[in-house]
Design a protein around this ligand. Structure first.
Ligand code: NAD
Ligand code: TYD
Length: 337
């Protein structure tokens, strides 16, 4: 039996990863350490409450003593670090917490992993550490890090720390750098769930600038299978890009959501652009495909249909996450934009 410490497992990708492990890999024990920020939600894993291969621990990755205790107590073989502040717009409004969690928090995890001689440390990173592309080009693992937002700068700093712990102390690590994810349980501050939520309520869809920015979209379960492949098969010290070969402009995405929901294009409103907005991301995932045999298995058409169906079925989940703090966030971010 493998014992895995997942941090940030109550968030979007972490909860999908834990669901995959507990349903598809029954020889795993999972400890989920999560601070339950606005983005963490125990409802995302409600069906596993009391499951004998799962334990939830409410805590902060900055608490190194707690992390060390969990590693000992549960004989942890590997740590997968999803815990992070993740929204670019929030990082522009207030960067400090991004440094606290994404940089200092990762450092605390690394120190605990080094001190306990942990088997493997997997840092879940992002393609945003590479910066932005123009109309041409693609990020490879050799592309120099050139992050543009406080969010991506904090993730790049964490990647450098992980690598430095490998170089200096021989920590057995991997880093995955994935493109934009979408799917069930994504908090409606990110493009796809925000647009689905607004369209469902006949609210305006706020498209930043001309809406011709490009992202590469990957269905969340495919990201989870990539992380699992890396945990199982990758040699230590290797970094892997993960992506969907699926570039779309934001306007294409928004129009697709409107047409699937049978809503008019007149709901689209172009609003003031994000400061320093990265124009295009595109990722070469050839290394993980060749070396580890990973492939995405869900096409964008399948994935977006599943995602929209999930939000339509999950009106209670959606209603509860948009109550409270979300209303203040939305007002501040979008009023008079
Ligand atoms: P999310 O914002 O949905 O969830 C983050 C989780 O981390 C939440 O459960 C939150 O409570 C927890 N958390 C935050 N600070 C913490 C702390 N100090 N201690 C413990 N837990 C804490 O994020 P997500 O979209 O699921 O992203 C997960 C990881 O994947 C992040 O590291 C992110 O950078 C990376 N990533 C995300 C995407 C994407 O498209 N969402 C793409 C590539 C990489
Ligand atoms: P987002 O989901 O925040 O991911 P990231 O910025 O990390 O790629 O945004 C995806 C794209 O959608 C990005 O180009 C910004 C744009 N966007 C909008 O146009 N309107 C919005 O309300 C949001 C949240 C994003």
């Amino acid at each position: 039996m493998k014992s895995i410490l997942v941090t940030g497992g109550a968030g979007f990708i972490g909860s999908n990863f834990i669901r995959m492990m507990l349903t598809e890999y029954p020889d795993c024990f999972v400890v989920n350490l999560d601070k339950l920020t606005y983005a963490g939600n125990l409802e995302n894993l409600a069906e596993f409450r009391g499951h004998n291969q799962y334990r939830f621990v409410h805590g902060d990755i900055c608490d190194g003593a707690l992390v060390g205790r969990l590693i000992d107590e549960h004989h942890i073989d590997a740590l997968v670090n999803f815990a992070a502040e993740t929204h670019v717009d929030r990082s522009i409004a207030g960067p400090q917490v991004f440094i606290d969690t994404n940089v200092t928090g990762t450092l605390c995890l690394l120190e605990a992993a080094r001190d306990k001689n942990l088997g493997r440390f997997l840092q879940v990173s992002t393609d945003e550490v590479y910066g932005a592309l123009g109309a041409e080009g693609i990020f490879t693992e050799q592309t120099p890090l050139s992050p543009n937002s406080p969010y991506s700068a904090s993730k790049a700093a964490a990647d450098h720390l992980v690598r430095a712990f490998g170089h200096t102390w021989g920590l057995r690590y991997n880093i995955t750098r994935c493109s934009n994810n979408y799917g069930p349980y994504q908090f409606p501050e990110k493009l796809i769930p925000l647009m689905i939520h607004n369209a469902l309520h006949d609210k305006e869809l706020p498209v930043y600038g001309d809406g011709l920015q490009v992202r590469d979209w990957l269905y969340v379960h495919d990201h989870c299978t990539a992380i699992w492949r890396v945990l199982e098969q990758a040699p230590p010290g290797e970094i892997y890009n993960v992506g969907g070969c699926n570039e779309k402009t934001n306007l294409e995405i928004v129009n697709l959501i409107l047409s699937r929901l049978g809503k008019p294009q007149t709901l689209i409103r172009h609003v003031k652009d994000r400061p320093g907005h990265d124009r295009r991301y595109a990722i070469d995932a050839g290394k993980i495909m060749r070396q580890l045999g990973w492939q995405p298995s869900v096409t964008f058409e399948q994935g977006i249909a599943r995602t929209i169906d999930w939000y339509l079925r999950s009106d209670q989940w959606l209603a509860s996450v948009v109550s409270g703090e979300y209303q203040c966030y939305y007002e501040k971010m979008y009023r008079n934009r």
